[in-house]
Design a protein around this ligand. Structure first.
Ligand SMILES: [Zn+2]
Length: 185
């Protein structure tokens, strides 16, 4: 049985699809939340906006996003922006408007950082697809935002990632102190 959608449903979906595709979100991700527009039509909308074919290739894995400790600092900022803005429990569903808002604010804070192709810099999420998988990770419990009582900052942990689940701000401080110490001795 096909679901019946109202005119408002379709209008809302078209607006949201436009917002997401404009920011280069993969069709697979857009399709997860947009029910009233076919995959083909989404591809056509993408082509109209960007004058090129939608992105293809590997979908980013949240566990593989941070390649350096510094990336966790940016991820914590982005995660905090998203969680503070979200009107729903981000552990139960993705708040699309909050995600768009957090991403735009993040981009304003770090202009010209967006990379659609590798190599990516330390500033992560590097693009809106990474931002999306982080929001997905929060929903799935793979990504968690915690508060560090030592440095009094939010920090991000990503389960099944190669970094230990600790505050990376404090870790970086420790490493800095240790390297200074070994330099002096
Ligand atoms: Zn800390």
């Amino acid at each position: 049985m096909t679901a019946r959608y109202t005119y408002e449903d379709r209008l809302r979906d078209h607006y949201q699809a436009y917002q997401l595709l404009k920011r280069n979100l993969r069709i697979t991700f857009v399709k997860e939340i947009i029910k009233t527009i076919s995959q083909n039509d989404l591809r056509n909308i993408y082509r109209l906006i960007h004058q090129k074919k939608p992105l293809s290739g590997q979908i980013p894995l949240v566990t593989a996003i941070p390649q350096s400790r510094e990336s966790f600092l940016y991820l914590a900022l982005f995660g905090s922006l998203y969680q503070c803005t979200s009107q729903v429990d981000p552990k139960s569903q993705i708040d699309v408007s909050a995600l768009v808002f957090a991403w735009d604010l993040f981009c304003k804070t770090f202009p010209t950082h967006i990379r659609e192709k590798r190599p990516y810099g330390k500033i992560r999420p590097a693009n809106f697809n990474e931002a999306w998988v982080i929001a997905q990770g929060i929903r799935q419990g793979l990504v968690e935002l915690q508060y560090c009582t030592s440095c009094r900052h939010n920090y991000v942990i990503i389960h099944r990632n190669r970094f230990r689940p600790v505050c990376q701000i404090c870790e970086l401080e420790k490493i800095k102190k240790n390297s200074k110490h070994s330099f002096l001795s």
